[in-house]
Design a protein around this ligand. Structure first.
Ligand SMILES: C[S@@+](CC[C@H](N)C(=O)[O-])C[C@H]1O[C@@H](n2cnc3c(N)ncnc32)[C@H](O)[C@@H]1O
Length: 249
């Protein structure tokens, strides 16, 4: 296995394909119960006036009148807020089972507020033009994928140079869920670095992507979640490692 991908784990893709059925069942119930215990979340996701979250607008440098955002592994209804002051927020949602989600939404009589595209995060560059988006977001889904490092590389390929990929995931979800269903990977922060691991495999993502992006990691162990922001290098910009060496800090 190279640091290009995390796909060397035997059976990862087969376990992933099996797990997608459970995901559909979860969301069918969620839609039927209008969010159930998470009713506030249902209201948020179906409200066309929900504002784009400030923790995300803060990660969009030099926004224009039109801001393009990609939600990767979005589920049936993107979590992203749809408005931002006088700007137009153009959201695209992509998910490997977006076609099943479209059927669930139709059954539930709910209209999607954004285009839902069928696709895996591992293959984003075959679905979207390079350098297309002002922000690429993924929440609670890359640890459900079959090759999370490949997903991150693909997210970096479709975000504009100088712009960011933002990830929000549970810490060590594979371990917490005992590798049930799609939960095959663990994400964590180690000494300020972003690490993906599972049995017999550990990838230092900060190092693996250092030629194309700088990585900022914040870990919130008390809430068991991790925020990772990757800034794609702009042409001519020096990677953080090189800048640190020049300053000798
Ligand atoms: C727990 S849901 C999270 C949905 C949404 N991001 C949210 O936070 O509400 C996980 C999602 O990841 C998607 N997923 C699984 N494998 C994926 C992959 N390889 N690429 C992109 N999304 C994937 C599933 O289909 C599912 O919709």
């Amino acid at each position: 296995m190279s640091a290009e991908s995390t796909s060397g784990v035997s059976g990862a893709e087969e376990r992933w394909a099996d797990g997608l059925g459970e995901e559909t069942d979860f969301w069918r119930r969620w839609l039927a119960e209008k969010g159930g215990d998470w009713a506030f979340d249902y209201v948020w996701r179906t409200d066309p006036s929900s504002p784009l979250q400030p923790y995300l607008t803060d990660e969009i440098p030099s926004p224009g009148a039109v801001v393009r955002v990609l939600d990767v592994g979005s589920g049936p209804l993107t979590i992203l807020g749809k408005t931002w002051g006088g700007r137009t927020v153009e959201i695209t949602a992509v998910d490997p089972i977006a076609d099943r989600y479209a059927e669930l939404l139709a059954e539930a009589g709910v209209a999607s507020l954004v285009p839902l595209v069928v696709g895996e995060a591992e293959k984003l560059s075959s679905l979207f033009p390079a350098s297309r988006f002002d922000l690429v977001y993924a929440q609670n889904c890359l640890d459900h994928s079959h090759d999370p490092l490949r997903c991150i590389r693909e997210m970096l390929a479709v975000v504009k140079p100088g712009c960011r990929v933002a990830l929000v995931h549970a810490i060590d979800e594979g371990e917490a869920m005992q590798y049930a269903g799609l939960h095959q990977w663990n994400f964590r922060e180690e000494d300020g670095r972003f690490v993906i691991w599972r049995d017999g495999l550990r990838v230092d993502v900060t190092d693996a992507v250092s030629a194309i992006a700088d990585v900022r990691v914040e870990s919130f162990p008390e809430h068991r979640y991790l925020s990772v922001v990757l800034t794609r290098h702009a042409p001519g910009s020096a990677p953080a490692r090189w800048r640190r060496w020049m300053r000798r800090d």
